[in-house]
Design a protein around this ligand. Structure first.
Ligand SMILES: [Zn+2]
Length: 304
């Protein structure tokens, strides 16, 4: 088997069953086969190439101020809602492989990862633990939420926001959007925009379709709502694991480390084993010289 074929197979298996409803196709439906520009070092990365074009040209030129965003979190009790003037500088953009890269070559640290947690907010204990671990590592993340979960736990959404993390739109009901009529897709996405805005005062700027399968309709509605559409480029595969798997924590960490590359957009979920693995995972990433990009420093306009 050729290396490329192996890579495709591995990619397929990595993507299998994204976002917990495991019967979807292996590769997000709106991705096309590899077209070469993935910037991963190792063989197996869950990269997709979206149909969109053109966002991946490197902006040349050196810029000072490589220092990233602030990450000096002292206590989880502190209010951390940032006003407009406290927003970090927009030093990063997302490229067409869903990786997070400096807007200007040399203008920001390349060895970063984006941490994302989908399908919540579900549970006070899990959210508390995730937030505490993120604080411990001075990391900010994107929480891609479902509307029906927010309806059940608005207080958790507020807490995530108050601790300086970003809220992403993951559709209202976690349904596969790609084959739905556009009116339904609009409702799935717009209802979350409104609910989140009503709950925390600001609407999401990031959108991730359930199972990575937004299709043309998902892309179109994201555009209408001025949302940055993303799937991921490093799948932890936490959604494939079961309670009874004895080594799931180590397997999850290994999955991420195997796919690790600069700009990794890491997909995780609000699941007990992910909560349990997070501290060790973040420590391992730090040991490899990676830091955690503040999602607030991603220029969503420059990414489209
Ligand atoms: Zn999901």
């Amino acid at each position: 088997m050729s290396t490329k074929a192996a890579a495709i197979l591995l990619t397929s298996s990595l993507l299998l069953g994204a976002c917990a409803s495991a019967t979807e196709s292996a590769v997000p439906a709106d991705s096309s086969p590899q077209s070469g520009q993935n910037d991963t070092g190792k063989s197996g990365t869950a990269e997709q190439t979206p149909p969109s074009t053109g966002t991946d040209t490197a902006a040349g030129g050196k810029a000072p101020g490589a220092g990233k965003n602030e990450s000096s979190e002292t206590g989880s009790e502190s209010e951390d809602v940032r006003s407009a003037e406290e927003q970090p500088q927009k030093l990063y953009r997302m490229n067409s492989a869903y990786n997070i890269v400096p807007i200007k070559e040399g203008g920001a640290e390349k060895k970063i990862v984006l941490l994302t947690f989908d399908d919540g907010p579900k549970d006070r204990v899990m959210v508390d633990s995730l937030l505490n671990t993120l604080d411990k590592h001075g990391a900010k993340a994107v929480f891609f939420v479902n509307g029906y979960r927010v309806k059940e736990h608005p207080e958790l959404l507020k807490q995530i926001n108050e601790q300086g993390h970003m809220i992403g739109n993951h559709s209202y009901d976690h349904i596969i959007l790609k084959n739905e009529p556009i009116a339904k897709v609009r409702k799935q996405i717009k209802d979350v925009q409104e609910l989140v805005k009503d709950t925390i005062g600001t609407a999401p700027v990031f959108f991730r379709p359930p199972n990575g399968a937004g299709g043309d309709v998902g892309q179109q509605v994201a555009k209408e709502e001025n949302l940055l559409y993303m799937t991921w480029s490093n799948g932890s595969l936490d959604w494939t694991m079961k309670k009874s798997d004895p080594n799931k924590k180590q397997a999850l960490i290994q999955n991420v480390m195997d796919q690790l590359h600069p700009g990794s957009n890491i997909l995780m979920h609000e699941l007990p084993w992910t909560v349990e693995a997070l501290d060790e995972l973040l420590t391992k990433l730090e040991q490899k010289g990676y830091s955690f990009v503040d999602p607030g420093s991603i220029d969503t306009e420059a990414s489209k």
